[in-house]
Design a protein around this ligand. Structure first.
Ligand code: HMG
Length: 390
């Protein structure tokens, strides 16, 4: 019996109003800019305006998908984030009035650090395998935040990726093989009472590499492809250099001696967007996919590898094949625009935004208009977040 192909039918990306240049950050921190440009592979990072959060960027990512495909048969909405706005209510529910989600879809929020988006994709594939007439909207949205003046600071960023997952997908068919590695490790975490993450940077880099190798081993054990069969490798990118480090580690662990040029050919095009957006946690891997598809010649029929890592930790190695005609479905111009139209953020405003906390007194607080993006947080009143669209 052959099963119905399931995978990504459409993919749309959004980011924030502001971008902070790593040159500006380096100058103010008294650091050689090449530490950021070359050492961690970052040029800029997206920063949220005071009236943006993961709901506003998730809405901006998902709306073009609903505009193109309608809402029929979207029976599930999975929003993965680790920058949630509520401990109880799923962020996806705020999208109902903003983008017209159907009332006949279950809406759930998923969390496991940067891995959450992949959990959403795999759960969606399972639901569609059960009933191929259904479609699932998966949204990965995050704003990465570390303390000021810490090593993590240059690895902040923000973005949302929305994916319509369906049978007979137009862009990428997911392959059934998958490799998983979970372990309890304190490499990165954020207790409920903190707005910025805690991180043990060096531990996290090592944990990411070990988890990649273990997930790969499990993928092979489950009948996955050989490393030589992939046209490209899309990694989770907390900073783009991490993808290159992890890939080298993976190849060497399998006895391959890869030349830098070979690694570059397999990864470079997946890193173009992330290099200027920064870490978008759950969205990062899928931004890597968008970047690859938008910057590479015809990949029809090619196999792609995906390596998802979420601190704490869960890693998954899985694969997919690029579908005939996929280029007609890409949103290359919109993706480039979302990045190019960000407003350069000055350092002083960046520090103010970073330290601004949400009011918690239950009074009415209007949020001054700042973002030029389609959705904004207009007020917080009676502990309720009030959004508006333009
Ligand atoms: P650091 O300690 O300040 O940096 O922070 P460093 O001293 O290790 O330098 C970084 C690199 O720059 C090094 O290269 C230096 O040699 C190089 P490497 O040895 O790694 O190849 N360098 C230079 N290169 C050129 N010119 C120069 C120069 N100076 C130095 N002048 C660290 C680095 C990543 C630890 C820090 O940014 C951090 O803590 N980031 C946050 C944690 C993180 O991103 N971890 C990644 C793995 S965990 C993960 O991916 C999950 C995560 O996304 C969260 C989630 O799952 O939710 C984080």
């Amino acid at each position: 019996m052959t099963s119905t192909p399931v995978g990504i039918h459409d993919l749309s990306f959004a980011t924030t109003h502001y971008a902070l240049d790593h040159g500006v950050l380096a100058e103010r921190l008294g650091v050689d800019p090449d530490k950021f440009y070359l050492g961690i592979g970052q040029e800029m990072m997206s920063v949220a305006a005071a009236d943006e959060d993961i709901v506003t960027i998730a809405a901006a990512a998902a709306k073009p998908i609903l505009d193109r495909h309608g809402v029929d048969n979207i029976r599930t909405v999975l929003l993965a984030t680790e920058s949630g706005v509520d401990q109880s209510k799923a962020a996806g529910l705020y999208l109902h009035p903003l983008i017209g989600l159907p009332n006949t879809a279950r809406v759930v929020e998923l969390k496991q650090a940067c891995y959450g988006g992949t959990a959403g994709l795999q759960f969606a594939a399972g639901l569609i395998a059960r009933d191929p007439s259904q479609r699932v909207l998966v949204i990965a949205a995050d704003i990465a935040k570390y303390e000021l003046d810490t090593p993590g600071e240059p690895t902040q960023g923000a973005a949302a990726v929305a994916m319509l997952v369906s049978a007979n997908p137009a862009i990428l068919e997911l392959e059934p093989h998958s490799g998983i590695y979970s372990a309890d490790i304190m490499d990165f975490w954020r207790p409920n009472y903190r707005t910025a993450a805690m991180v043990d940077g060096k531990t996290s880099v090592n944990a990411y590499q070990k988890a990649t190798q273990e997930a790969w081993t499990d993928y092979r054990r489950n009948g996955g492809r050989d490393l030589t069969e992939f046209a490209a490798f899309c990694y989770h990118q907390p900073f783009t250099k991490m993808a290159f480090k992890a890939h080298r580690h993976l190849l060497e662990s399998q006895g391959h001696t890869a030349e830098p040029a070979e690694i570059d050919a397999a990864l470079h095009n997946t890193t173009i967007y992330n290099r200027t957006v920064g870490n978008s946690y759950t969205a990062s891997l899928y931004l890597g996919l968008a970047s690859l598809l938008d910057h590479t010649g015809d990949l029809t029929g090619q196999a792609l590898a995906f390596i998802s890592y979420g601190s704490g930790s869960v890693a998954e190695f899985f694969s997919g094949t690029v579908q005939p005609g996929y280029r007609e479905h890409l949103r290359t111009e919109e993706n480039r625009d979302a990045i190019a139209t960000r407003v350069a953020l000055d350092y002083d405003r960046y520090r103010v935004l970073h330290e601004t906390e949400s009011p918690s007194d239950g009074m009415y607080h209007a949020i001054p208009e700042e973002t030029g993006r389609p959705f904004r947080l207009a007020a917080i009143s009676g502990h309720k977040r009030i959004y508006e669209s333009r």
